[in-house]
Design a protein around this ligand. Structure first.
Ligand code: PXL
Length: 291
């Protein structure tokens, strides 16, 4: 049959499910789907909200289920074109993630590890140096890592700078992370010039470093790391090059922030990605016809 379409690509998303606050799986699912990629989910924990700017949240650790889910999937014949991890509830969950990667990785699959543990110079609630050491040991298992500047500095054991991220500082972070085993380093929330914020991609193989920036808005926007990385991961799985993925994911994240500002949405409830999806899908379609 000549009108058969190629099989849909599939990503395994290993994140928590925070019910309210638009981060992790509640962002990965819509964004990966909007990119035309199936999003299969391994929840690492279920929380009532994310742990930033909320108090009294609930957390159920799903560690015991993580590897059995992947073991079951491995018996189904499902093929995974990517494995994309985010928030892990404990350092021990990095061991479960390593086993999931071993079970599901096939040649050519993209493994994207977002070492979610800190922002704005400090660790998230419940997390500390043990999480950093556990993620450091995982760097060489990934094809792409996507720390923010705080996480990059912690992993690289270099000073954290809130701003003034000149090329020498960014290169030092990237080269140290590459020396620890990372192949492609994407750092989010870099501030290379006053009034601008963006993301960088560094290919350790070619030493190529590229930065894409937008106008900066004051303060923190929860969930934007997950929005950006969900888009980047799905675009890479669709077959986008790193530069295109960096640009399209960054433009989408910026559009979400701008919509939130127009709605005046309280920051802790996450950014308003919903209304930015139509333009995002059109940007994806400009790279690939959706199938
Ligand atoms: O967006 C990152 C994230 C994911 N999951 C949980 C979090 C955070 C950041 O605070 O608390 C539970």
């Amino acid at each position: 049959m000549s009108d058969l379409l190629p099989p849909l690509r599939r990503l395994a998303a290993v994140h928590d499910l925070s019910g309210l606050g638009k981060c992790s799986l509640t962002v990965a699912l819509p964004v990966v789907s909007a990119t035309g990629v199936e999003c299969a989910c391994i929840p690492t924990a279920v929380l009532s909200t994310h742990t930033g700017e909320f108090t009294g949240w609930t957390l159920r650790d799903l560690h015991e289920d993580m590897v059995p889910v992947a073991r079951h999937w491995a018996t189904t014949g499902a093929v995974f074109d990517g494995i994309y991890s985010g928030y892990l509830a404990t350092p021990e969950q990095t061991e479960a993630l390593r086993e999931i990667i071993r079970l599901l990785r096939r040649p050519g699959a993209h493994v994207i590890v977002d070492p979610v543990m800190a922002d704005n110079g400090s660790y998230y609630s419940n997390l500390d140096d043990r999480m950093c050491r556990a993620f450091r040991a995982l760097l060489s298992d990934a094809d792409v890592i996507t720390p923010n500047v705080t996480e990059a500095a912690l992993l690289a054991d270099l000073e954290y700078r809130h701003e003034g991220h000149d090329e020498a500082y960014l290169r030092r972070l990237c080269e140290k992370l590459a020396a620890l085993g990372a192949k492609t380093v994407v750092i989010t929330g870099v501030r290379p010039e006053k009034g601008k914020i963006g993301n960088l991609a560094y290919d350790a193989g070619t030493d190529h470093l590229r930065v894409c920036v937008h106008d900066a808005h004051p303060g923190l926007f929860y969930g934007t790391g997950d929005i950006f990385t969900s888009s980047l991961a799905a675009l890479l799985v669709r077959g986008a090059g790193l530069d295109d993925a960096l640009r399209v994911a960054g433009d989408f994240t910026d559009a979400c922030i701008c919509r939130s500002l127009r709605h005046d949405t309280p920051r802790r409830f996450g950014v308003d990605f919903e209304g930015a999806l139509p333009d995002y899908i059109r940007a994806v379609e400009a790279l690939f016809p959706l199938t």
